[in-house]
Write a protein that binds this ligand. Structure first.
Ligand code: FAD
Ligand code: NAG
Length: 382
């Protein structure tokens, strides 16, 4: 049994940011992480060519800037270095290989009771905490859709989190399923490594350049979102032309409003669109079933593939271990309350990094949480 003031679950950017903000107020905390390192998503579950999709000014954690000479779009290795420096600067010491299995609010003791598994000692730890911060991420588990016959596919079928590079797929026919930023970039990576690449694009998407998104995010502070959207859509049409004949259609709602309403990001083109236009990457519609190597599409086409990459996103898993969290999270492990009120539940329960708004919003969550904890502590002791 271990009594702690604040327990933070997860040592990704959100957990680290919360830890740093608490340190600024000299509030003690314990941070637990199921993996053997911090930010495992970035170290172990991201493809080689990944850079931050957003310009660096939108990707800083609280109380520490990127080095002045850092490139506008931070590559993965530099982001990991930044996190390592952050951990050192705020002397954050996560308890690694410690996975939270359950947690419930104890109404008598007015505390959170948390059960964690310590994988090193193979023991169970019971934490008693006044404050509980869920920072286990929106990307905690792979999301793979149910496709009839998938089990009969004899080739490699992997989730995007296990994809590193197209090198090993050279000369193979590969199907990428999912057209978010990961799917579109992985398709590009595969094609440029000589894989015969197809991508399933089922629903409408906004394709933007990174400069347009940066402009949009900068303007959003000063100009109404619908005007920003009109500008972005017009500019994207000018840059990319009409993509509908290549199988890419645009949502009716503009990119900034769509992001703020649903959390769905625009795709930031890394060159994929050019390859689609040249016919090097083929766009395909919905899949109806898989029979061995053959993928049957709803349009009736049947095509043979050697490998499939599922860029179909992730799931939060906080709902699987958090009891009495209904005031804050729904059955999908995501906030019940709308942004910007999503970060706080009842009984000193908080979440950081679950608003589907990236690192900028993680920084705001962390500051809000630390400020709130500080004021609760002040009100108890004062
Ligand atoms: C490919 C990719 C690119 C992205 N690019 C950008 C970008 O350019 N800009 C941007 O702003 N955002 C980006 N994001 C979104 C977001 O910023 C990142 O996903 C970020 O890592 C989220 O941080 P987090 O701390 O909330 O979650 P995570 O990084 O997922 O960290 C959560 C941690 O909690 C741990 N954990 C989970 N469950 C438990 C448990 N039960 N017990 C103990 N530990 C647990 C996990 O192991 C993990 O280390 C990107 C996301 C992805 C997937
Ligand atoms: C690439 O795959 C398509 C099907 O997606 C197929 O028609 C074409 O023949 C393949 N090209 C090569 C060079 O294998």
């Amino acid at each position: 049994m271990e009594e702690v003031g604040v327990l933070i679950v997860g040592a990704g950017p959100a957990g680290l940011a919360t830890a740093a903000c608490l340190t600024q107020f000299s509030i003690p905390y314990v941070i637990v992480e199921r993996e053997s390192c911090s930010a495992s998503l970035w170290r172990n579950r991201a493809y080689d060519r990944l850079k931050l999709h957003l310009a660096k000014e939108f990707c800083e954690l609280p109380h520490m800037s990127y080095p002045a000479d850092a490139p506008t779009y931070i590559p993965k290795s530099l982001f990991v270095k930044y996190l390592d420096d952050y951990i050192e600067r705020f002397n954050i010491q996560p308890k690694y290989l410690t996975s939270v299995e359950s947690s419930a609010y104890d109404n008598d003791k007015k505390c959170w009771s948390i059960v964690a598994h310590d994988m090193v000692g193979c023991i169970t730890i019971n934490f008693i905490a006044k404050f509980l911060v869920v920072a286990s991420g929106e990307n905690s588990a792979e999301n793979i859709p149910v496709i009839p016959g998938l089990h009969s596919f004899p080739g490699e079928a992997i989730h995007s989190s296990r994809y590193k590079s197209g090198k090993s797929f050279s000369g193979k026919s590969v199907l990428v399923i999912g057209s978010g930023n990961s799917g579109m970039e992985i398709a590009y990576d595969l094609a440029t490594h000589g894989a015969n690449t197809s991508i399933v694009i089922r629903s409408p998407i906004h394709v933007m350049t990174k400069a347009l998104i940066r402009l949009g995010m900068t303007l959003a502070h000063r100009v109404p979102l619908n005007l920003v959207d009109n500008l972005l859509v017009a500019a994207a049409n000018f840059v990319f032309g009409d993509l509908s004949r290549h199988g890419i259609t645009m949502p009716k709602v503009g990119p900034m409003i769509l992001k703020s309403k649903t959390g769905r990001s625009a795709v930031i083109d890394v060159g994929t669109v050019g390859l689609i236009k040249q016919g090097i990457i083929q766009v395909r519609g919905s899949i109806s079933k898989i029979m061995g190597n053959i993928v049957k599409f709803q349009c009736g086409e049947e095509i043979s593939f050697d490998a499939i990459v599922f860029a179909t996103g992730y799931k939060s898993t906080a709902n699987m271990w958090l009891e009495n969290g209904e005031s804050m999270l729904n059955d999908n492990g995501l906030p019940t309350k709308e942004y910007p009120n999503h970060w706080k539940g009842e009984n000193r329960l908080y979440c950081a990094g679950l608003a589907r708004r990236g690192l900028a919003s993680i920084a705001v969550d962390a500051k809000n949480i630390a400020n709130d904890i500080k004021s609760v502590i002040a009100s108890i002791s004062g």
